[in-house]
Design a binder for this molecule. Structure first.
Ligand code: NAP
Length: 276
């Protein structure tokens, strides 16, 4: 995290799987442990955080929030609003930067529970944050200032790359793309490995070649000045094997199929958002 002075105290309320990734990312990037608070419902999980990261822990959200300049709500969407209400008086008093990672819960719902005008940032991370390789969409309400954006970016940069969207409805697209995205790539890897095995490759060879090809292709696309489309054309010789394989995917409308998959996820994200 970039050095700001003084560094904000961050309370992560509901530090489960994602919360742990955030804590680990911050600590690895040198964030002072005494500026971090974590809460959870059950104490054993928290004791592990204390042992691993030497941060402050408590099962009392209210206690942790009272020290916070930034409150990260990392509980499940179903309990988010209750937890916001639980610390509402502290939000009123301290006016911290609020960050929610709860999938599908709109900024407006959080603002309504907070009862006061506070800066609220909604983040949509994905599971590779566990390896600090996450892709994180961010969206802010009108009160959020540049300094708050920098703070949020500094936090999430420790577990991946960040990308802002201006209109909140685009968070549904972020959810469908990078939130659900690891599963699409896992499915592709699964299908490729299985096909290679059916054509005779031993399981371990099929697995390793599939996974390393995925990593290599992603790294090439990230580092290249060319678009994925151009890179695809570069590796597709006319009349060659790749062209033959791609023609099968095109015949079955691979791009249209991916669009349909994203559309289904976007629709589902909208339906879920209406619940909160
Ligand atoms: N995991 C991801 O990669 C990912 C990606 C995108 C968005 N998200 C969002 O991140 C949030 C957390 O997901 P997760 O996978 O980390 O879930 P999780 O592992 O179940 O973590 C939720 C945590 O909340 C704690 N908790 C429950 N009720 C609480 C309360 N009243 N006060 C304080 N803490 C409470 C639980 O404590 P105990 O452990 O003691 O039960 C648990 O540690 C969700 O809203 C999800 O939509 C996660």
């Amino acid at each position: 995290m970039s050095q700001q002075n003084p560094l904000p105290t961050i309370a992560i309320l509901g530090a489960g799987n994602l919360g742990r990734s955030i804590i680990a990312g911050l600590i690895k990037s040198g964030y002072p442990a005494d500026k971090l608070w974590a809460t959870a419902k059950h104490d054993p999980r928290l004791q592990k955080y204390k042992k691993d990261f030497h941060i402050h822990i408590t099962t009392d959200n209210h206690h942790a929030a009272q020290f916070a300049d930034v409150i990260i709500f990392a509980v499940k969407p179903t309990v988010l609003i209750d937890v916001v209400k639980e610390v509402q008086d502290i939000i009123s008093k301290r006016k911290p930067l609020i960050i929610s990672v709860a999938a599908g819960v709109q900024i407006e719902s959080i603002a309504r529970a907070a009862l006061v005008d506070v800066p609220i940032i909604r983040a949509m991370p994905n599971t590779p944050t566990q390896l600090r390789l996450g892709a994180i969409g961010l969206c802010a309400n009108a009160i959020v200032k540049e300094g708050d954006c920098n703070t949020a970016e500094s936090i999430f940069d420790t577990i991946g790359v960040t990308c802002w969207v201006k209109q909140e409805e685009l968070m549904d697209v972020v959810t469908a793309l990078s939130g659900c995205g690891p599963a699409y790539f896992f499915l592709l890897m699964e299908a490729l490995q299985q096909a290679a095995e059916e054509f005779g490759l031993p399981e371990e060879a099929a697995r390793l070649l599939t996974l390393q090809t995925a990593v290599g292709a992603a790294q090439m696309a990230l580092e290249s000045e060319h678009s994925p489309s151009q890179l695809r054309q570069h590796v597709t010789s006319p009349g060659g094997t790749t062209e033959k394989a791609l023609s099968v995917l095109e015949k079955h409308n691979f791009s249209a199929l991916m669009k349909e998959a994203l559309e289904a996820a976007i629709e589902r994200a909208k339906e879920m958002a209406n619940k909160y």
